[in-house]
Every structure is written in structure tokens, then in C-alpha cells.
Design a protein around this ligand. Structure first.
Ligand SMILES: [Zn+2]
Length: 426
């Protein structure tokens, strides 16, 4: 069993990691920074590589990052232990026409990214962060930006102006009702563009493109009686990014090559050059074993954990859960099973993960969705199909998934890191 102070430290470190990661680009940057200080070497895909036994490396690709530590024996003799997770979370993305004015207000054009719970974004103080691409004498340059000021607010409609809300609930049209106000209409028609340019240290006329999203300024924290919970944005799925990175940094080198793949674009289907449906991981695995025969030998003895947060039983909606497969917070990591292959776990993978949990002194909980509800999915089936690696879908239980402010169990995080560390070293 993991002792309480270790579990608390793991949860506190997660709060820092999430706070540093308002967007996938920042998540990659924070991950790379932590890996570098642990001795990992950053590689450029454009260069020739010479990989040394026992050495650790990483490659970044926009909002995705792949990290690995070479095993103590040649990779074709022991295979890979891969943990995959995703860096992106649902949010509001800034549209290309950044500044607009309506009804006396300065506003910003935004659109939903992924399946967010729109109502949770109302009446919050929001900042903006992401990547700005500017034109310089040397070509196009990317700069990470983050404005931690309460600039944006999506105001809800007063109940007096729509009495139906009481009976019908809040109905939000993503085009009409989610545009934040940032100020009062005035002569400056480029309010936000200029603020973003200043944050990037460039002239606003030099900005040729950007990937910007809004984020909640409320910092992550522990809460509830005895700090039983983590309250935070982006627990889905930066909690599993942090857990897999922490496990990679903690795991002693062993025979298999340890690999962590953190992908962007899961919330919109993973179909991008940097996403789990793209060729990023495949390209790197091919560079580890260049011949088809060696690749087949590696893949056939490899395993992947697809780590993504899981649904804890909701006390106010118990009937929404399959009665015999309802994970609880504080009761151990979750393995997810779906016969339609929305999760990639098979009986063999379930057993392997349950054995790792038993070795860590914890229980493995099982999640199955109700048979009359559609099942969500993860990068698990996508990467299993693409790479051919046997995959187990796992995660920690949480509430409020895809809300701007999510909730997980604070003791669960360190336990998952422990189980993942055992998986890598297995
Ligand atoms: Zn997720």
C-alpha cells in the first residue's frame, strides 16, 4: 500500500503540473522540462539518431510528446511497455477573427473544442493561452503565450429574461450563446490581438496564425473533508499524462524499453498528424528497430496501457451506471472493458492489470457501461489497431468529466503512479 504522505505529494505535484498546462502545448513543454531535468535528451525527427542502451529520450510534435527509456536488452528481445494518454481537454477555442464588437461590448469569437459541458463555462473568469505564430526575418516562429488575467467572461442570461429555464434547464447554442465579453466597445478594434501580441513579444501585425484557447483561472486544489478530492480543470486527461510521466521517471531501467506517448486531439477523434490516429508513435518505434522482422518481434511481445480518466459512480445519478461495475473513488485504479472494442482491454489484459494492482496492494476496479447507453472511447483501440500492440484501457475514477472544473480522488493518483511504475518495470 502507498503511504499517505507519498499519495498526498503525488496529488500536490499533479496540481502544479496541471496549473502549468493550460493547453496541450504547455503540457508538452512542462513534460519536456521535467524529463530534461531527469536526464532525458530531446531528439529532432529531422536528424539522424544514435540511441544508447539505458539512455532516455523524447520527441515533441506540436501538442504531442513521446518519451522513452531504452531497455537493458535489445528491444527485439524484450519489447516495449507503453503508456498512452492525451494532452488535450474540451474547451473554448478562439476563432481566427479574434476581435468582434456587438451591442456595445468588445467580444471574442470562440467555438467549442471537443464535447464540453457548455454551461460550466458560464460566469467564470477566464484567461487565454496557446501558441502564436509570427512572421520574422528568419521565417515563421512559434511562441507559447499565457495571459493569466480575468479578461474573458461568458455571461449567463438572467432568469427574468427566460422563465422557461426553471422547467427546461439552460439550453445553450454554441454559436450564439458562448461568445465571451472582454470589454466595452471603443475605438480600439484589436483589443485582444494587441494583448496577445504583447504577451508573445511581437508586433500585432506580425501575427499570421495562432492556436489559442480559454482556460479557467481558478487554480487546482485539494478539497473536501480530509482533502479527499482534487478539484481542477483538465483532470481528463492531464492527470494520466502526469501519472505516466511520473511512472516513467520513477521506473528503474529494465529489460523492456519504457515508452510514454502523450497525444493531442483525442477529444476530437485523434485524426491528425500529431494525434493517436497519426503516424508519430509508429515512426519512432520504427527507428528503434529498423527491420520488419525485428519490428514484428518487438510488437508481439509489447503491451500498452491506454490511460484515461474513468467515470466514478455519481451519488445523484446512480441509475446511470451499470449496477455491478461502478468504480468508487478511493478504491483503486479502474480497468475499462467494452465488448464493442470502444475499450481495447481483453481478458488477458484485464488479468495483467489486476495482477499489477494486487502487487501494489490495491484493488483493481472494473468499469463497464450500461448496455442501454453508448460507450465513450479512448486512444486505446485507435493505437492498438494502428500499432498492433495489445492494449489495456485503464484510468482513475472521476466526476464531472468534461466540465470546466472536474473532481477526482486525491489518494487515487499516487496509487496509479505506483501501478504504472510496476507495469513499466514488468
Ligand atoms: Zn479523456
Amino acid at each position: 500500500m502507498l503511504d499517505a504522505s507519498k499519495a498526498r505529494n503525488a496529488a500536490l505535484d499533479l496540481l502544479t503540473y496541471i496549473h502549468q498546462s493550460p493547453t496541450p502545448f504547455h503540457c508538452v513543454s512542462e513534460t519536456a522540462k521535467r524529463a530534461q531535468s531527469a536526464g532525458f535528451l530531446g531528439l529532432d525527427e529531422k536528424s539522424a539518431w544514435k540511441l544508447d542502451d539505458g539512455q532516455a529520450y523524447f520527441v515533441t510534435c506540436d501538442g504531442s510528446i513521446i518519451l522513452w527509456r531504452m531497455g537493458t536488452v535489445p528491444v527485439e528481445n524484450a519489447g516495449l511497455r507503453v503508456i498512452g494518454a492525451h494532452t488535450d481537454s474540451p474547451n473554448l477555442r478562439v476563432k481566427p477573427v479574434i476581435d468582434v464588437q456587438h451591442a456595445g461590448y468588445a467580444q471574442v469569437g470562440v467555438e467549442p473544442y471537443g464535447s464540453l459541458l457548455l454551461h460550466t463555462w458560464l460566469d467564470r473568469e477566464l484567461g487565454v493561452a496557446g501558441r502564436v505564430v509570427s512572421r520574422t526575418d528568419q521565417g515563421l516562429a512559434c511562441t507559447l503565450v499565457r495571459i493569466d488575467q480575468p479578461l474573458f467572461r461568458v455571461p449567463s442570461l438572467a432568469i427574468h429574461l427566460d422563465r422557461n429555464i426553471r422547467e427546461e434547464g439552460v439550453k445553450l447554442n454554441p454559436q450564439d450563446h458562448m461568445q465571451p465579453v472582454i470589454g466595452l466597445e471603443g475605438p480600439n478594434k484589436n483589443m485582444l490581438r494587441e494583448m496577445v501580441a504583447e504577451a508573445a513579444g511581437v508586433d500585432s501585425s506580425a501575427i499570421y496564425g495562432f492556436d489559442l484557447s480559454l482556460f479557467d483561472l481558478n487554480p487546482p486544489c485539494l478539497g473536501g473533508v480530509d482533502e479527499a478530492f482534487i478539484f481542477s480543470a483538465r483532470l481528463d486527461n492531464q492527470a494520466m499524462c502526469h501519472a505516466s510521466l511520473s511512472a516513467l521517471l520513477a521506473a528503474p531501467a529494465s529489460a523492456p524499453t519504457h515508452m510514454v506517448c502523450l497525444y493531442d486531439h483525442e477529444e476530437v477523434g485523434s485524426g491528425s498528424h500529431a494525434g493517436a490516429g497519426g503516424a508519430l508513435a509508429e515512426r519512432i518505434i520504427e527507428r528503434l528497430m529498423p527491420t520488419p522482422e525485428k519490428k514484428a518481434r518487438v510488437i508481439s511481445q509489447s503491451w500498452q496501457l491506454s490511460a484515461d480518466m474513468a467515470h466514478a459512480v455519481h451519488p445523484n445519478y446512480e441509475h446511470r451506471h451499470e449496477p455491478d461495475h461502478r468504480p468508487r473513488m478511493g478504491f483503486g485504479p479502474v480497468v475499462k472493458i467494452n465488448t464493442q472494442q470502444r475499450y481495447a482491454t481483453c481478458g488477458q489484459g484485464e488479468a495483467l492489470f489486476a495482477a499489477l494492482c494486487a502487487d501494489a496492494g490495491t484493488v483493481c476496479q472494473r468499469f463497464v457501461v450500461r448496455s442501454d447507453l453508448p460507450c465513450g472511447s479512448t486512444i486505446g483501440p485507435i493505437t492498438a489497431a494502428r500499432l498492433g500492440i495489445r492494449t489495456i484501457d485503464v484510468g482513475n475514477p472521476m466526476l464531472s468529466m468534461h466540465s470546466i472544473r472536474e473532481q477526482a480522488g486525491s489518494a487515487d493518483h499516487g496509487v496509479m503512479i505506483d501501478v504504472m511504475t510496476r507495469f513499466l518495470a514488468s
